[in-house]
Design a protein around this ligand. Structure first.
Ligand SMILES: Cc1cc2nc3c(=O)[nH]c(=O)nc-3n(C[C@H](O)[C@H](O)[C@H](O)COP(=O)(O)OP(=O)(O)OC[C@H]3O[C@@H](n4cnc5c(N)ncnc54)[C@H](O)[C@@H]3O)c2cc1C
Length: 674
């Protein structure tokens, strides 16, 4: 029988040819009480096998993680190079086919997001080409646009997704770009009437794309029909020059994502044929009459853009993976790094053995682990929604929007926070670019803004949560995950059950979610000026309610995961402990809410229990960090799986000195002026 250490070595050896672990690795893995192989199988099973295949294939293709020492131009060149190389390899190996990508662009989008640690730019470029451009052609286009779909899937044509303008990003109903239909020539005439109507921030636009999906106000005979999507050629396929009537520029330097060519575009009486309209949800008849089954402009826009929220699911996944990877790496480093002698043992203490550090990072690791399990359920919901087809009649539409919005907000906010704490956890060495934090923090920062700014998404999610309360009073069925809600607000009464039991913790989180939903609903209902009240209630009512709903959902889902786990008792205990720590921290952070249920003494006891639980987790957590599907090339220099941080870090530093003017993987020489 292999012990945990040997099982872990066997698994890592599959990814890494010569895995020679340090003594620290041996000690940490020997200390774990759970069954490594079983737990790894369970964690891996949370994702379709193709996710792992993609990571393993890309891992085998890369020489090094691309830590940046490159110019913007070199980064862009490398990004395009790798996107093409990786996709063609997927096709060659049969992991995907162009037809499969067209059929299920969300799957490729999520899989390629999973490789973001090889380079955030590479996965973002896939997201722009597949998750935005190809998917909008699929969702909004018809037979007419089939050819462009195939060219997008094979990368014969690169495209971009032009929604945001300089003046408006969140409120896209106010976009200013116009598309007048000219009935005489049967053409659309595109214009950017103001400076603020310039499409801005558009990925792939500055130098890559020849085609664009452009969102503009459709105007026929002076009548405005709202925002519609159009597919247009923007550059000459031979010369790559912008077409007549199109001006394209570069958005310039950014605080990250240098490998993505974000650009701006303006139109001056640019003409495109009638086929440019992506006409699944609206069309123009041969005699120039506008037709659409969806009568409301707002609904039409929501349906057109709705399917794109799959990008939010992918961002949620990649963010949480990143947080798990980074916090795991920091915990491994802490298991090696020592500072200060213990007055008791007279030996230097490992950073991971300080109790404050348990609180700093093990609590975060636990949350991201619970979110990791939650992600699998959220993806399941998303796939159910897609099965219903896009359109106003799909009953899952509102729920899909709710769950993707709140997941994206919570996962990206918690990830940014975890990355920042992990950077600090590495002390001064965390500031070296070879540990990847510059890139990671920049990307995770961006994830909070694009695909819908988190604050906007929280408002939209809040509205949809409250809709469920209304449904209950109207005796209509509620959305999935709202079974806990009733027309009665829970009575607040002293709670005497154990706070170290995951089911009891769920009970408390259920009271909290249910009470906050009722309280917010009531305040809005009784407000004289509902618009004013909505704005005022966001900070102390709607946001806390939305977080509370999601915290509860995550725990409920995690308990289902535990109930379905059929392995040994010890492994189950460790998994349970993660859930308990997650929920205890949530309750302590919102002790103010629980004051009607829990006395001050109970909260103080809970804090002690949490610290004791963290101590128990301390001996498991480094082993747990190896369960996750991360490969060595994804890790920063200090995070390597063999737990020899100084060796790897110095290797990076020395290589960088030797090759100060050479790209880290030795491919491009960047001339240094002498
Ligand atoms: C690197 C990068 C790449 C991008 N790529 C693309 C792309 O390929 N295609 C594309 O179309 N777009 C792209 N975007 C644009 C991105 O989607 C938008 O920036 C984003 O949706 C936010 O819009 P905004 O910048 O207009 O912010 P704003 O809407 O101006 O928001 C600014 C702040 O105001 C807050 N706010 C706004 N409205 C309200 C309100 N009602 N109540 C309270 N607070 C509010 C927001 O929460 C935010 O914090 C990209 C952006 C970046 C930075």
């Amino acid at each position: 029988m292999l012990n945990n250490r040997e099982k872990a070595i066997k698994r890592i050896s599959l990814l890494k040819k010569h895995f020679r672990p340090s003594e620290d690795f041996n000690r940490e893995l020997d200390g774990c009480t759970f069954d490594f192989e079983l737990a790894a199988k369970v964690v891996r099973g949370l994702r379709p096998e193709v996710h792992h295949q993609v990571i393993e294939l890309v891992d085998s293709m890369m020489k090094h993680n691309n830590f940046k020492e490159k110019s913007r131009a070199a980064m862009r060149y490398k990004t395009n190079y790798w996107v093409k190389k990786i996709l063609m390899k997927f096709y060659e190996k049969g992991i995907f086919t162009p037809e499969k990508v067209i059929e299920d662009p969300d799957l490729l989008n999520r899989c390629t997001m999973g490789i973001s640690f090889f380079g955030g730019e590479i996965s973002t470029k896939f997201a722009v080409q597949i998750g935005l451009y190809l998917k909008s052609l699929k969702n909004m286009g018809t037979e007419t646009h089939k050819d462009a779909l195939m060219k997008a899937a094979t990368l014969e044509e690169f495209g971009c997704f032009c929604l945001t303008e300089l003046g408006h990003g969140s409120d896209v109903s106010k976009l200013e770009t116009t598309a007048h239909f000219d009935q005489i020539t049967n053409q659309f005439i595109f214009n950017s009437p103001t400076e603020t109507s310039r499409k801005f921030w558009i990925g792939n636009l500055a130098s890559t794309a020849t085609k664009a999906v452009v969102f503009a106000q459709l105007i026929i005979n002076g009548v405005r029909h709202g925002i519609h999507g159009f597919l247009i050629q923007i550059r000459d396929p031979e010369t790559h020059e912008p077409l007549y009537g199109v001006t394209i520029g570069d958005c310039g330097d950014k605080i990250g994502m240098q490998g993505i060519d974000n650009g701006w575009i303006m139109f001056d009486n640019f003409r495109a044929g009638k086929k440019a309209l992506l006409n699944k949800f609206a069309d123009i008849s041969p005699d120039g009459v506008y037709t659409s089954k969806i009568t409301s402009k707002a609904k039409r826009m929501a349906v057109q853009l709705g399917g794109l929220s799959g990008g939010r699911i992918a961002i949620s996944q990649v963010s949480n993976d990143c947080a798990l990877g980074v916090s795991s790496g920091a915990l491994r480093y802490w298991a090696v790094r020592k500072q200060f002698k213990s007055p008791k043992t007279k030996l230097e203490t490992r950073l991971i053995d300080y109790r404050i550090n348990h609180f700093r990072l093990i609590t975060k690791f636990a949350r991201h682990f619970i979110q990791h399990v939650g992600m699998s359920k959220i993806t399941e919901f998303w796939n159910q929604y897609l099965e219903g087809g896009l359109g106003a009649e799909n009953k899952m539409t509102s729920f899909a929007h709710l769950i993707s919005s709140v997941a994206k907000s919570v996962f990206t906010w918690t990830t940014f926070d975890t990355c920042s704490e992990s950077r600090q956890a590495l002390g001064g060495l965390g500031y070296s670019s070879y540990n990847g934090f510059g890139q990671v923090l920049a990307v995770m920062d961006l994830n909070r803004t694009w695909e819908g700014d988190n604050n906007i998404l929280m408002q939209q999610a809040g509205k949809l949560i409250l809709q469920n309360l209304q449904y209950l009073f109207m005796e209509k069925p509620v959305m999935p995950t709202f079974d806990f809600l009733t027309t009665e607000m829970p009575e607040a009464e002293p709670y005497s059950k154990s706070l170290d039991d995951v089911m009891n913790l769920l009970e408390l989180l259920t009271y909290r979610a249910s009470t906050l939903i009722h309280q917010t609903g009531m305040k809005l209902n009784f407000a004289e000026d509902k618009i004013e009240a909505w704005d005022k209630l966001l900070a102390f009512n709607t946001y806390p309610m939305t977080f509370a709903y999601f915290d509860r959902f995550l725990l409920q889902n995690y308990i289902e995961f535990l109930e379905n786990f059929s392995g040994d008792q010890k492994t189950k205990e460790v998994f349970t402990l993660l859930g308990v720590v997650y929920a205890q921290k949530v309750i302590i952070e919102d002790a103010e809410f629980f004051r009607d249920y829990l006395t001050r003494a109970q909260i103080d006891d809970l804090k002690e229990t949490l610290m004791d639980n963290l101590l128990k987790l301390r001996k498991e957590v480094v082993g747990l960090s190896y369960l996750l599907p991360f490969t060595d090339k994804m890790q920063g220099a200090l995070f390597k799986l063999d737990m020899k941080p100084y060796e790897h870090f110095l290797d990076f530093v020395e290589r960088s000195e030797r090759k100060a003017n050479i790209d880290i993987d030795g491919d491009i020489i960047i001339p240094v002026p002498r």
